[in-house]
Ligand binder design. Sequence first.
Ligand SMILES: C[S@@+](CC[C@H](N)C(=O)[O-])C[C@H]1O[C@@H](n2cnc3c(N)ncnc32)[C@H](O)[C@@H]1O
Length: 208
Amino acid sequence: MQYKDNENYWINRHEELKGDIRSVGNRGKGIEENVRGYESKVQKLRTVINHKFDNLLSKTVLEVGCGIGMMARDLVQSGAVYTGIDISNVALEKAKELCPNGIFLQHSIVDFNLGTKYDIVFCTDVLVHLVNESNWRQTLRNMKNHLNKGGAIIIKEEIFKEMKSPAPHVVNRSYSQYQDVCDGLDLRLEVADSVAPGFYYLWPKEEG
Ligand SMILES: C[S@@+](CC[C@H](N)C(=O)[O-])C[C@H]1O[C@@H](n2cnc3c(N)ncnc32)[C@H](O)[C@@H]1O
């Protein structure tokens, strides 16, 4: 398999940390702190979903860059039919252990076609790691291509006024870059800060 962009970085990181929460969280912090961070992130995602969708019962949900499945269990427990994709098989094995009722598949998020569409397509803290501009754009296109009518893309990202790259595997795009990619994909960018800081909805425009 030919790895794209930063995929080797993630494969190696998952190999090294083998299911440890720090493989997907902040490796500079301790386990407890990462656990607390995830409790808050899971809660925020639920709040953002509940704000726009009546309930998750039988809703199909696709997580792009699912890591070890930290976001999956709560969604499955709420009745969602959950699929997660990630480049790392080590991460996916841990995800299956943490959430046996989820579906976990190995794919590059830059290049995937699952042949089906989902009511909610989301990713948390993943797009920032697509350092190559065209891969970042293509991933958002892939997410839109997997979205059912009436559905929404939800992302959690640190988006600033100016683009910045604080580490070689990190590129924070600016708000205007997100606006631009959304315009090109006929998506409307809605900031969900008042619901949960750092979250955004991307709505297909043709549906109003
Ligand atoms: C910071 S972790 C976040 C994981 C998960 N979204 C969460 O919030 O727990 C980023 C994840 O994206 C995955 N990833 C990064 N680039 C990818 C790519 N090009 N294709 C598939 N997965 C990728 C990594 O393997 C890693 O599990």
